[in-house]
Design a protein around this ligand. Structure first.
Ligand code: AMP
Length: 459
């Protein structure tokens, strides 16, 4: 097996890795580090969670040390572009960790913070700058920063930058960096527009791919509930409070919703049901986002409801479950979402809630990603709970109580949870194990039934 010491990295970088406790490179690191050390351009197809940050940061730190140029005034030697504030923050932190022994100055600038502070911060220049494209161009337009000393340019999560509308910013930036530079280009997917960008930015890049395009990560077990849209909240509450038949031990649950408003609504209703959760999306202020992420990381509030954009690139080891409250309409987005779990060699569970009008999305996801979903039955008492406490009092729909549709994984697919998950389930239901929040030991379904009864009595 390849070791970091086999890859040609310098002693200070190896020491920093030792301090982090990493001894074995991930596949993308093993493939990318040697050519990057040689100064080659690189095009990497990799999702977050594969260790790609170190794959570009470690050899770049060594290349910067080797070139030994001065920290340039109002400019930087290495520029890393990232789509979101969170990802930029994480990359900057990694640069600081990995470069601890190399004496390189690291700064990051992102939108939503004071431009004046950023201007002051960059006045004396920096060795490594991690930036979101918009904020970087603001400073360039104000003549507070230039890119003419850039030796290494990294585009991280390029497909997401395009999704966020940064295409013009990226084109402009490509005109502002010196021709003579090294470019490292990373994207989780390779649609045509990205390939064009690669052509613009890279010269004869070495291509490295750690997951084939649009396939879902191998260590993620994927499950599916067929459930009506207006019954999803009830199902979510039952899952989170009672751990209804859901495989895997809950540690941190990341829930995806399509809209900011949707995130807030889910959080509010979970709160009313006694399940504390936080939301993270574009309307939240930076301190709010940071607090939510921090509480999630520390497992103080281990349920986080997010939009795609906000959650992109979040690196939180220990996301045990990704729950797709709504399915994304773009299959690639599904890949990104479930990529939040099963990071750094761990297993993960992804659960999708699919409503009738989302069947086409599900079909696309399965076609594009070869995802094999195992369909889970709705809780035994689900219908009763929906009837009693659901948002609308509706007639029971036999299709949901006794699904007629064939299992989403195909006729031959199992409809019962796999054995290994049953084994992993731990204590009997209601015993409290793995429950992220709320729900007293011994509560569980009975408590819900009681609640249901009392509501029914009131009604
Ligand atoms: P990334 O894909 O760069 O976001 O990295 C995903 C996670 O894996 C981060 O928490 C890294 O700190 C961690 N990681 C990266 N490289 C290694 C490694 N060689 N061994 C163990 N963990 C790693």
């Amino acid at each position: 097996m390849t070791k970091f010491t086999d890859l040609g990295l310098s002693q200070p970088v190896l020491q920093a890795l030792d301090m982090k406790g990493y001894d074995t490179p991930t596949p993308i690191q093993a493939q990318a580090i040697p050519p990057v050390l040689e100064g080659r351009d690189l095009m990497g197809i990799a999702q977050t969670g594969t260790g790609k940050t170190a794959a570009f940061m470690l050899p770049s730190i060594d290349n910067l040390r080797e070139a030994d140029n001065q920290t340039p005034f109002k400019s930087c030697r290495m520029l890393v572009l990232a789509p979101t504030r969170e990802l930029a923050g994480q990359i900057a932190q990694s640069a600081k960790d990995y470069g601890a022994m190399a004496g390189l100055k690291v700064q990051s600038i992102v939108g939503g913070t004071s431009v004046n502070k950023d201007r002051n911060k960059l006045h004396r220049g920096t060795d490594i700058l991690v930036a979101t494209p918009g904020r970087l161009l603001d400073l360039i337009d104000q003549k507070a920063f230039t890119l003419d000393k850039v030796e290494i340019l990294v585009l991280d999560e390029a497909d997401q930058m395009l999704d966020l509308g940064f295409i013009h910013a990226l084109r402009r930036i490509s005109q502002l960096v010196p021709e003579d530079r090294q470019t490292l280009f990373f994207s989780a997917t390779m649609p045509k527009q990205i390939q064009e960008l690669v052509g613009k930015y890279c010269r004869n890049p070495v291509k490295v791919s750690v997951t084939p395009e649009s396939t879902t990560a191998e260590r993620i077990d994927q499950y599916l509930f067929m459930v009506q849209q207006d019954e999803k909240q009830t199902l979510l509450e039952m899952i989170l409070k009672e751990r209804h038949e859901v495989p895997g031990k809950f540690e941190r649950v990341l829930i995806f919703a399509r809209t900011k408003h949707g995130c807030d609504r889910i959080v509010k209703k979970l709160g009313q049901a006694g399940v504390p959760a936080n939301a993270i999306h574009g309307n939240k202020s930076q301190p709010q986002r940071e607090r939510a992420l921090d509480e999630f990381k520390r497992a103080k509030t281990p349920i986080l409801v997010a939009t795609d954009v906000a959650a992109r690139g979040i690196d939180i080891p220990g996301v045990s479950h990704v729950l797709n409250y709504e399915l994304p309409n773009v299959p690639e987005q599904y890949v990104h979402r479930i990529g939040r779990t099963a990071r750094a060699g761990r297993d993960g569970v992804a659960i999708a809630f699919c409503a009738e009008d989302e069947r086409d999305y599900l079909k696309d996801i399965r076609k594009k990603t070869d995802a094999e979903f195992e369909r889970l039955p709705l809780p035994d008492n689900f219908r009763a709970v929906v009837e009693g406490v659901g948002p609308t009092k509706r007639e029971q729909k036999p299709r949901l109580a006794k699904p007629k549709v064939r299992p989403a994984g195909g006729a031959a697919k199992k409809t019962k949870p796999k054995q290994k998950h049953t084994a992993r389930k731990g204590k009997p239901e209601g015993a409290g194990q793995g429950r992220p929040q709320g729900g007293k030991p011994g509560g569980g379904r009975n408590r819900n039934r009681n609640r249901n009864r009392s509501r029914a009595a009131q009604g």
